[in-house]
Design a protein around this ligand. Sequence first.
Ligand code: MG
Length: 392
Amino acid sequence: MWCAIILGGGSGSRMGCEKNKVLLDVCGRSMLCRSVAAFRPMTDEVVVVIREEDLAEARAQLAGAGLLDGVRFAPGGSTRQESVWHGLCALPGECDRVMVHDAARCLVDADTIRRVMDSVEQSGSGVAAVPCVDTIKQVDAQERVAATPDRLMLRSVQTPQGFETALLRRAHLSAQASGYLGTDDASLVERLGVQVQLTMGSRRNIKLTTPEDRLMAEALLKNQATDLPTLRVGQGYDVHRLVEGRKLILCGVEVPHTLGLLGHSDADVALHALMDAMLGAMALGDIGKHFPDTDERYRGISSILLLEKVVQLLRERHARVTSADVTIVAQKPKLLPYIPQMRQRVAEALALPVNRVNVKATTTERLGFEGEEQGISAQAVVMVQETAQPGA
Ligand code: MG
């Protein structure tokens, strides 16, 4: 069982305000909410360590963001180390792996967390770190340089820091027994003589300590736009030529007619527009890219089968169509009698209720290529919902 201890216990003195800094807003969401939102989908429970006087506001913020589920609280301590200990004491008994994270590193991303978790599972510990870009000087009490360690062998350590829970608990008890106060959890484990494994952190995983840090975080957030809504829209358009000697298939339904659509596959222009809309919503290009008409595998293939492949592509990206609207532009034949069957086929392929799928047909008053019966065109619009991504 994986848990995360999120430390929000510090005071806001360096941020230049009275309020606890982790409750401050960064681009519309508090640091605490951002940190909890990063860990909650990847762990079984989260323990938020927060000062008594901040508890009500922390709880209200998390409730407002829909993040209270699976979150418990522990009181902040007088040192960071004591706060972590309070968090450890609040963990559920089944928790055998734990990450400690500073709420002020609220830009932490899922990849960093995943690397830490993988490392703990492989070696018992995993600590996010990045190579040092600055040359570090060791100094004496008079600010004179005592040594210049080789930068290549130096790392800046971040959080999350992950451990087997029993190991971290033992490290804290040992530190308490000898009065040792460390600035991070790894140092307590190192004292036990246990090897601590570092993993790649992220340059964006900055700790927001000063007002300047907050400005930097806002710039990073605006740049990466992590708060984009999970709803996407896509549109598709396709045209096929009408010829003799081909079947007319629209939305997977064979429509009796003297002419049919010419194409490499079954030339189902309506489904092609629909698939392009789905791929468009996910920024995955178009069907020509995924099913090239030079590929013999797709010769004469039913477009319903291709649609199922596109549904699968979306599923792999944790996305699904939630509604679709298809317009077929054809002078002839009359399509109205076939519309219910078309909706049914599309709804089945998309695993949607029929009332989430619309198919409509129009003529062009004999204008243009559709009106002159040289071809049929189709347009489609879809709404796509991205669901929770494991690790996002
Ligand atoms: Mg086509």
